[in-house]
Design a binder for this molecule. Structure first.
Ligand code: 3HC
Length: 693
């Protein structure tokens, strides 16, 4: 074995040269790997004893792509496209032997090899688009040549991977190796030599490209398919353009188009935001005072109290991960209804082909419904998901403390109540915390883990681990009213409501927020959630817009009338001129002198207070770092990932500008806009939020 660089070595197995890449954790194609690959191929080509080369990786995966940490820094030679062109030109067969994930530059490496073999569990993908980029080392030109543009388009433009079986079916890999990968690859290489197979250079494969030429409908149709999910993103369209170039242009010219598009995206703010976000999501589980080797509590059985929408969704998360749940309701009738909704949700998934009827049955089989809390005696984790009433929650926790075994974790799903007060009802406050799921809990990826004053480190570490198991992104926050997400969200809600009193209309506010990149604006969202949520019918007296709307029976989507009108069976908001009139009349009655409000003011009024509240939350140490708040907003509130999150966006706008605008609003509208001390301090020191990550 000869070490070529610290990350690449060459081992001779008879006439086969094994080029081993070893760059943990994911064999990213950083400089030592690129240089090692280039020099290794050179060395193997010159070595007369070597007749074929196997490119193979140590550790958990084949190369998972370029080293994202190098992006934005001065590039160091050799560049990946040049290394891969060298692969192409090698006179000896190169076989990529793939396990784990051949992603991004990793898949591009495989595409530049002459053959590809893989283990059955391997995955293949070009996730660059998720980083606001496109494959920049020939992937957009080679993949369509190998599998055809129609099959290449979704891989390039959505970034979603395919498994080994599909890759074999589509001709992306030549053979699946069932035993040891290295042995299988050597055996494959020997067969290539024995059969004198010609080298397959993907760059020269033109059949599939020729078949797609002069068929613009391939791209038009795909663009239509992509339109909704790609709204606001720049990279997906660039991906389609690059594949189009593969069809229309010779290989080298196509590569030049790919490079130009790649560089444009790389220097733009969307990719900077998405790359930042990639690391933000991975940072979130790292809590400074939770050591990596903290002992975890084994969670084999879960209890959920409350079979409503929240409790039902929470239950589904656990049974989806194979963990049995005891679901408790106060009355049999509510329990039956809750179980019925869960089954219906699974049946819908089954009817869409996402699971089989047997899987539906086996998941339902993991749920035990009961009306007796005593049945939670052997649960390792209990999550209370009843409605927001402090006295009721206190009562439940006092009971649970008596019923549950020692060492069981007791969690509340409250979205704003004081978890310390709830924990104080038990003799085990160190085992109590908040697990704040977002609705619909079986769909939304965000979970706020609310760390109460006495929550122990193993309980927190276990909660983080279990969140990963049920495929949630967990952000640890501390106790305050509304925790991090809802506390920030309340700012936008308040300003949106004020803006329609001052002169804007719901459709104008919603359009600004939608165009910013949110899936919908605050009023369409209010219609979706239900305007009657929290409405006190008995004391309603037309004091607020909520009261006015509810008194008129306008509850939102649920009854087809809210800030907008809805046609039977449709969720698409239709203008409601009668509501605009009502708002105008109501605001005048309240003494407002309505004025023209610019889109810029709407955006700043709705977004800057979110950022300011985020700064206060950081100041109070409710959240660990600014990027955690960004993860909360992207996953829980529909913040467009191509803008990174509110705190990243603030850095982009400039904290000095945010501060200046907040001060102006404070002078005009009062202390809702009082700038956070942290914001003032950062501006004074010429720093940004990223410096706190
Ligand atoms: N560059 C640098 N670091 C990377 C990386 C990459 N491409 N991919 C993963 N890492 C790091 C992570 O940040 C994490 O670091 P940490 O332990 O310090 O937090 C560590 O590797 C492990 O990653 P995960 O926690 O994500 O591990 P998983 O096992 O859950 O997932 C994975 C592994 C599926 C490979 C996932 O990490 C992933 O999807 N990585 C990104 C792949 C990607 O986007 N590739 C394209 C890169 S761009 C490119 O190739 C451009 C080219 O076309 C020119």
């Amino acid at each position: 074995m000869v070490a070529i660089t610290e990350a690449v070595s060459l081992e001779k197995q008879g006439e086969i040269g094994m080029l081993w890449i070893d760059n943990p954790p994911v064999n990213a194609l950083g400089h030592p790997v690129r240089k090692g690959m280039a020099d290794g191929i050179e060395m193997a080509e010159k070595d007369d004893e070597i007749r074929a080369i196997v490119v193979i990786c140590k550790g958990r995966t084949f190369c998972a792509g370029a080293d994202i940490r190098e992006f934005g820094k001065p590039p160091k030679e050799p560049h990946l496209p040049d290394v891969l062109n060298r692969f192409d030109q090698c006179k000896k067969p190169i076989i990529s032997a793939i396990h784990g994930t051949a992603f991004g530059g990793g898949l591009e490496t495989a595409l530049s090899s002459h053959f590809r073999v893989a283990v059955p569990t391997a995955q293949f993908g070009l996730p660059e688009v998720k980083l606001g980029l496109l494959p920049g080392a020939g992937g957009t030109q080679r993949l369509p040549r190998l599998i055809g543009p129609q099959k290449a388009l979704p891989l390039v433009a959505t970034g979603n991977p395919i498994n080994a079986e599909k890759a074999l079916e589509e001709g992306l890999v030549d053979e699946i190796i069932n035993g040891d990968l290295a042995d299988g690859a050597v055996d494959f290489a020997k067969r290539v030599l024995a059969e004198k197979r010609p080298l397959v250079r993907v760059r020269d494969m033109n059949d599939r490209i020729d078949q797609a030429r002069n068929k613009p409908e391939i791209f038009d149709d795909y663009r239509k398919q992509l339109a909704k999910r790609a709204r606001g993103f720049e990279a997906p369209e660039a991906c389609v353009k690059a594949v189009e170039a593969a069809v229309e242009k010779p290989f080298e010219d196509g590569l030049a188009v790919e490079r130009a598009l790649f560089e444009k995206l790389m220097s733009g703010s969307q990719s900077a935001a998405q790359r930042y976000y990639f690391f933000a999501e991975r940072q979130v589980a790292k809590i400074p005072d939770i050591p990596k080797d903290t002992p975890l509590i084994d969670i084999k059985k879960v209890g959920v109290i409350g079979a409503g929408t929240m409790g039902g969704g929470i239950t589904m998360n656990f049974v989806n991960a194979g963990i049995p749940v005891t679901l408790v309701e106060a009355k049999q009738e509510f329990l039956d209804r809750g179980l019925g909704v869960i089954r219906k949700n699974y049946d819908i998934s089954a009817s869409r082909g996402k699971m089989t009827a047997e899987e539906v049955d086996s998941r339902m089989g993991l749920i035990t419904g009961t009306t007796s809390m005593e049945d939670l005696a052997d649960a390792d984790l209990v999550i209370e998901a009843v409605y927001e009433n402090m006295n009721l929650k206190k009562e439940i926790f006092a009971k649970l403390d008596n019923i549950c075994k020692d060492g069981a974790i007791l969690a509340t799903n409250t979205s704003y109540l004081d978890v310390n007060e709830i924990a104080a009802q038990t003799k085990r406050p160190e085992y109590v915390l908040g697990l704040h799921f977002f609705s619909p809990a079986n769909v939304m990826r965000l979970l706020e883990i609310v760390r109460a004053e006495k929550t122990s480190i193993p309980v927190l570490a276990t909660s983080i681990a279990i969140a990963k198991k049920i495929k949630k992104i967990a952000v640890v926050v501390r106790v305050c009213h509304g925790f991090a997400g809802n506390r920030m969200f309340a700012q936008r809600k308040r300003e949106a409501e004020k803006l329609i009193m001052e002169g804007a209309l719901p459709s104008q506010v919603d359009k600004v927020i939608y165009d910013f990149g949110f899936p919908m604006g605050p009023f369409a969202l209010a219609d979706l959630i239900g305007i009657d949520l929290g409405w006190d019918k008995d004391n309603s007296n037309s004091r607020t817009m909520q009261e006015v709307l509810c008194e008129q029976g306008r509850f939102g989507q649920k009854n087809g009338r809210g800030f907008y009108n809805y046609e039977e069976g449709s969720r698409a908001p239709k203008p409601a001129p009668e509501i605009d009139e009502l708002i105008i009349e109501f605001s005048k009655k309240k003494g407002y002198i309505r004025r023209e409000i610019s889109d810029e003011e709407i955006l700043q009024r709705c977004i800057y207070p979110i950022i300011n509240e985020g700064a206060k939350i950081l100041e109070e140490k409710i959240a660990v770092r600014p990027s955690d708040l960004d993860v909360i907003w992207v996953n829980g509130y529909g913040w467009p990932v191509y803008r990174g999150g509110p705190m990243f966006y603030a850095d982009l706008v400039g904290l000095d500008k945010i501060l200046e605008v907040l001060k102006k609003f404070q002078a005009e509208h009062g202390d809702d806009f009082r700038p956070a001390a942290l914001l003032e301090q950062l501006v004074k020191e010429g720093r940004n939020f990223s410096s706190l990550n």
